[in-house]
Design a binder for this molecule. Structure first.
Ligand code: HEM
Length: 397
């Protein structure tokens, strides 16, 4: 009997197409805490109203760290060692937060100039080759990877090999993936070598120097390499993913295009609204209840998995009236949950925004005739991945 009941649970995630809000989101309004079946086959509570999503993110009884506990119900199989799930907690615990926060500050000397120059050079390359071009592989990915190589102080030529790991590391699969472990070991070995490479600069050189400091005697090379590998991963997948999906909005929504190019706000003023409507997060932000907690009308039991559906919170009409309308002057646009909330709120929001602003400004300024060069139905959407992504984004200008 139980089997029949559980088989009837809706499967989550709902839809990988990033051009529209999944139809299920509307139906969830009547049931903002809903039982679903995850990719890993577990049961979870899917939370979809703005208020309750925020409550989960801000209540420490919903733990990110504990989602990797042995035997806990899973959204999908882990692709990284379990202790790395609490990445920023580990960074803080090791006394490395200050160094990391300094590295991800967009006001770092020369960084904005570098971003502009890099975006400009990528547009030059697209123009030199001639239309059509492909904006993910030839623009968003190399721009984001280049930024993170610069920040870590490693050679930009090594960006593509580190990027390839991310196609596997951020897969949402029911079972462990062999390639994920192989990529992880190879990337940790690569980053460990950088610690002793005299050509290394940036954050990795700063971390390497701490090994001489007796106050940091607890640090191992593996811990330091893990910081480099995880910041590259979390940073590139999120910045390239958001930028690619912002480009999808610009290319498929005349209202967004008009607001960015002719509106009084410009790209920078529209950034929070762009983040609000962005469908880049393909899964739910996972938390494990560490105690019984009442959530809306539901009693969540200790040990149960809770998934925060960011796109539903960002399109909750109670918080954002006419949620499908793109309104850069929306007073509370910045209340979106696209950077999460509570104790795991993204530490790199300023860098994430500045990165996308400069890329969009450069592209729209240099290529005013930019348009999708294939029918929108031909875009191929990646499946079973942490981010929604078109595999290719062919454009003309
Ligand atoms: C537009 C770009 C970005 C977006 C949309 C984004 C989004 C997010 C979200 C939604 C979370 C919360 C995850 C959760 O609660 O489970 C998060 C956390 C995090 N992000 Fe970002 N992020 C961006 C850029 C970056 C960059 C550039 C870096 C680093 C180079 C970064 C590093 C992190 C880290 C380390 C955490 C974990 C924080 C913690 O657990 O305390 N992010 N990000």
């Amino acid at each position: 009997m139980t089997v029949v009941m559980t088989n009837e649970l809706p499967a989550f995630p709902f839809d990988w197409d990033g051009t529209r809000l999944p139809a299920e989101v509307e139906a969830l309004r009547a049931e903002p805490v809903r039982r679903v079946r995850t990719i890993a086959g577990a049961e979870a509570w899917l939370v979809s109203s703005y208020e309750l999503c925020r409550e989960v993110l801000e209540n420490p009884r919903f733990s990110l760290k504990d989602t990797s506990a042995p035997g806990a119900p899973r959204q999908y199989a882990l692709t990284i060692p379990p202790h790395v799930v609490n990445n920023m907690g580990n960074i803080t615990g090791a006394g490395l937060r200050k160094a990391v926060m300094k590295a991800i500050n967009p006001k770092a000397p020369g960084l904005e100039e570098w971003l502009r120059a890099r975006a400009g050079a990528l547009v030059d390359a697209l123009v030199a080759e001639g239309a059509p071009g492909e904006l993910r592989g030839a623009y968003a990915d190399p721009y984001s990877a280049g930024l993170h190589c610069r920040m870590l102080g490693i050679p930009e030529e090594d960006g593509p090999r580190l990027l390839r790991s991310l196609d596997v590391a951020f897969m949402n699969a029911p079972h462990e993936i062999e390639a994920a472990g192989l990529h992880w070991d190879r990337d940790i070995a690569y980053m460990t070598e950088r610690l002793d490479d005299p050509a290394t600069g940036g954050l990795m050189a700063e971390l390497a120097a701490l090994r001489e400091d007796p106050d940091y005697a607890h640090l191992t090379d593996e811990m330091l390499a893990t910081v480099g590998v995880t910041l590259f991963g979390a940073g590139v997948i999120s910045t390239a993913g958001f930028l690619t999906m912002a480009l999808v909005s610009v290319l498929t929504r005349p209202d967004v295009r008009e607001a960015l190019t002719t509106g009084a706000h410009g790209v920078a003023g529209a950034m929070d609204e762009l983040l609000r409507v962005n469908l880049s997060i393909g899964d739910g932000l996972p938390r494990l209840a560490t105690e019984d907690v009442r959530l809306g009308e539901v009693e969540v039991r200790a040990g149960e998995l809770v998934l925060v559906l960011v796109e539903a919170a960002n399109h909750d009409p109670e918080r954002f009236p006419d949620p499908l309308v793109f309104r850069p002057d929306r007073e509370n646009a910045a209340e979106h949950l696209s950077f999460g909330g509570g104790r795991h709120y993204c530490p790199a929001t300023a860098l994430g925004k500045r990165h996308a602003e400069i890329a969009l400004e450069t592209l729209l300024d240099r290529l005013p005739g930019l348009r999708l060069a294939v029918p929108v139905e031909q875009l191929v959407w990646r499946t079973n991945f942490m981010k929604r992504l078109p595999e290719r984004l062919p454009v003309a200008w």
